[in-house]
Design a protein around this ligand. Structure first.
Ligand code: SF4
Length: 357
């Protein structure tokens, strides 16, 4: 539906980014990278939630040296997040990391960058240049007087130039800010400036309540303009929620088919069942399903089936009894207390029919 800007394609492990590849979802562990068990468990939970690429912080050599132990236990590309110390990048590459997040201008000079680039080229490891509004280069900040889209792009381009001068083009770029209009303007400008793939994000977006809204508005707007090849939702809290939100954004824009989509009516004076409780129950039970299926939970039999005609299957609550419907067509009446159970029988039947067709 949206015409996507075609960028150069890079690969992080077996995940293609840019060049028309599906938009990939990323997240970042909040465990200690030295804690193999906790980190592996979180990576697996993220993958089960629909994450394509996971990043871990590599603050010191102990963390870098533990990357191999984590990689042995997982089957999803892992990115090492490194600041300032090029030796950590070299160790991460040695440990079998799939990509680096590192700004070449911040690792202490040309020789060190050269060493990292040489190792990254040899191992086919892409590098993400990530500029954050909060840590913008002081000279650029002085030049522009404040953080502007142009300042963010100029900062990123300085890092890009360092890599391009070493004939390294296996890179992607992020320009994150917590201010949504600033982020939008920066990515739009960057998208016009280069054809490297772009990694979208609204950084420090906030808690689940506000962060989801800011991320959905910012990232959703860019994706709807065809900008962005991969993204992370940054939330203060469980990263599994980040992945669920990311997939919902992609699904809502028709950019990904992943798992069930729940449609629920807002309720009105015609509703005579506890619809919020039923919708929550259905949402919870749907978490166990990976296949795409549209499920509706509607408050009344008068308008429910018609309003949710687009759904594969749904229920409409009445008074003492309700309806099961498929694509708006009523299948049967069931007692109200059996609505959810009967809905899931129908969902199982649909998924079975699809397998057999
Ligand atoms: Fe009201 Fe029925 Fe529409 Fe729900 S489906 S909002 S209960 S009219």
């Amino acid at each position: 539906m949206f015409e996507r800007k075609i960028t150069r394609q890079i690969h992080i492990g077996n995940v293609a980014i840019g060049g028309g590849a599906p938009i990939s979802v990323q997240s970042m562990c909040n465990t200690k990278t030295t804690d193999t068990k906790a980190t592996v468990a979180q990576i697996k939970a993220l993958q089960n939630a629909g994450c394509d690429i996971v990043r871990v912080a590599v603050p010191d050599m102990e963390a870098a040296q533990n990357l191999g132990n984590i990689i042995k236990e997982i089957n999803i590309p892992l990115v090492a997040d490194i600041h300032f110390d090029y030796k950590l990048a070299l160790e991460a590459i040695k440990q079998g990391i799939s990509a680096l997040r590192l700004n070449p201008g911040n690792i202490g000079g040309e020789e060190k960058v050269r060493a990292v680039v040489k190792a990254a080229k040899k191992a086919h490891i892409p590098i993400r240049i990530g500029v954050n509004a909060g840590s913008l280069d002081k000279k650029i900040l002085a030049k522009y007087g404040e953080v502007t889209p142009e300042a963010l792009v100029e900062s990123a381009m300085q890092h890009v130039k360092i890599l391009e001068d070493l004939d390294f083009h296996d890179l992607k770029i992020s320009l994150k800010a917590h201010d949504v209009p600033l982020t939008l303007a920066a990515y739009r400008l960057m998208s016009k400036t280069v054809d490297y793939p772009l990694h979208l994000g609204i950084t420090e977006a906030g808690t689940v309540n506000t962060g989801i809204i800011k991320s959905a508005v910012g990232i959703g707007a860019l994706l709807s303009e065809g900008i962005g090849d991969t993204f992370r939702i940054s939330l203060t809290g469980d990263p599994v929620v980040e992945v669920k939100v990311a997939n919902e954004i992609l699904k809502s824009l028709g950019l990904k088919e992943y798992g069930p989509t729940l449609v629920a009516c807002p309720t009105c004076g015609r509703t005579s069942i506890d619809l919020p409780a039923i919708a929550a129950q259905v949402e919870k039970k749907l978490e166990g399903i990976q296949d795409p299926i549209d499920v509706a939970v509607m408050g009344c039999v008068v308008n429910g089936p018609g309003e949710a005609r687009g759904a594969d299957v749904g229920i409409a609550g009445g008074n003492g009894e309700g309806l099961i419907f498929r694509k708006g067509e009523i299948i049967r009446k069931v007692p109200e207390d059996k609505l959810v159970e009967e809905l899931f029988k129908e969902i199982d039947a649909i998924l079975e029919e699809r397998k057999n067709n």
